[in-house]
Design a protein around this ligand. Structure first.
Ligand SMILES: Nc1nc2c(ncn2[C@@H]2O[C@H](COP(=O)(O)OP(=O)(O)OP(=O)(O)O)[C@@H](O)[C@H]2O)c(=O)[nH]1
Ligand SMILES: [Mg+2]
Ligand SMILES: [Zn+2]
Length: 332
């Protein structure tokens, strides 16, 4: 089972319920989920110790439409069952969530999967080549992050392999969004110091497709992390994912970074067609100014200000193309 997937049946409690009730309150501690895998969670407590934990059955029954009970970055209350094991009693309120449509959703029963909790900064990582940059794929991540109102930046990695014209084109597509764009290379070290300063004081997450260099970037920032990275640069086998379990790593006392597995699928959850255009920041001035028709979907209607902005070059055609594709997928 992959780190994100906390599904299926688990024994109701691997702790001892009767014993737990009798334990003194001092045995309960707050902690941070730094890893989750197959129904087990690694929870870091204030002493720095990492406790292998399972989850209380009661929590599992309260999950509603969420396929994930806990996500990387969750703060929890944990009851120690030995000096290395514990049971999670409670999930504390989240300040932010990053969620997708669960890949195990049925046709009529769409479910949600929270991938990250309490993250204050999302770094959407893409590579200019190997794998090739794709606007449509990148925009899925950006749109979900916008929907959660998460601050974000776009990281363009593998600059050492990049063709300058291709980079200039990508930059031109995203400059109107206003998102910070940072060019990096783990080979030449380009952008790594800037990246480090951007992350300070945040709980950040590196998200993006497999093979773009998320783990390599984290290794460049935290050499002691020694994360597994792909052996070769060109991933011909699209099924290969080097990171299979998300992990939260300490950058410094005030900063954490989540390494996440490249996602094969990243579908929208709970985003309506009405909301979608607002999730493209460079569309907003045109939407606010008002199109000729009040119910304009900004795809092909006459008198549409969004389309006019595309023609003027204020919105990149590729971004509008992403919008049109996601519109088909969004909830009507
Ligand atoms: N040339 C070049 N190669 C890089 C760079 N960054 C990473 N790579 C290589 O790209 C490949 C994939 O890197 P990973 O760090 O494993 O990619 P990832 O995004 O973590 O991939 P998943 O864990 O599968 O999601 C590895 O062979 C890295 O050595 C870079 O800046 N330049
Ligand atoms: Mg990785
Ligand atoms: Zn319009």
């Amino acid at each position: 089972m992959k780190g994100w997937q906390i599904e299926g049946s688990m024994p109701d409690s691997l702790g001892h319920p009767d014993l737990n009730i009798a334990l003194p309150a001092s045995q309960i501690e707050e902690g941070l989920v730094v890893r989750s895998e197959g129904g087990y969670y690694s929870v870091r407590v204030s002493s720095g110790k990492v406790i292998r934990s399972t989850i209380r059955g009661r929590l599992r029954r309260a999950r509603g439409d969420d396929t994930s009970l806990l996500a990387l970055g969750d703060r929890v209350r944990l009851r120690w069952t030995s000096d290395v094991d514990g049971v999670i009693e409670e999930r504390l309120e989240r300040s932010t969530e990053f969620a997708r449509r669960s890949p195990s959703s049925g046709r009529h029963h769409v479910q949600r999967q929270v991938l990250l909790a309490n993250v204050s900064f999302l770094l959407v990582v893409a590579s200019v080549v190997q794998p090739e940059f794709k606007v449509s794929r990148t925009d899925r991540y950006l749109v979900i992050a916008e929907d959660e109102e998460l601050p974000l930046a776009l990281i363009l990695n593998k600059m050492d392999l990049a063709d300058p014209d291709a980079c200039a084109h990508i930059t031109a597509v995203y400059t109107p969004t206003g998102y910070p764009i940072l060019a990096t290379s783990t080979v030449t070290g380009e952008g790594i110091l800037t990246l480090r300063s951007m992350l300070h004081g945040h709980t950040s997450a590196f998200i993006g497709p497999s093979g773009v260099g998320k783990s390599s970037l984290i290794n460049a920032l935290i050499p002691a992390a020694d994360l597994r990275i792909a052996q070769i640069n060109v991933s011909l086998d699209r099924g290969r994912h080097t990171t299979t379990v998300g992990r939260l790593l300490e950058l410094d006392e005030q900063s954490w970074i989540a390494d996440t597995p490249g996602l094969r699928e990243i579908g929208l959850y709970g985003i309506s067609r009405q909301r979608l255009p607002w999730l493209f920041p460079e569309f907003r001035p045109a939407i606010e100014a008002g199109c000729r028709f009040s119910g304009c979907t900004h795809r092909s209607e006459p008198g549409c200000r969004v389309l006019a902005a595309v023609v003027r070059g204020d919105i990149a055609r590729e971004r509008h193309g992403s919008y049109a594709r996601l519109w088909n997928e969004a909830e009507s």
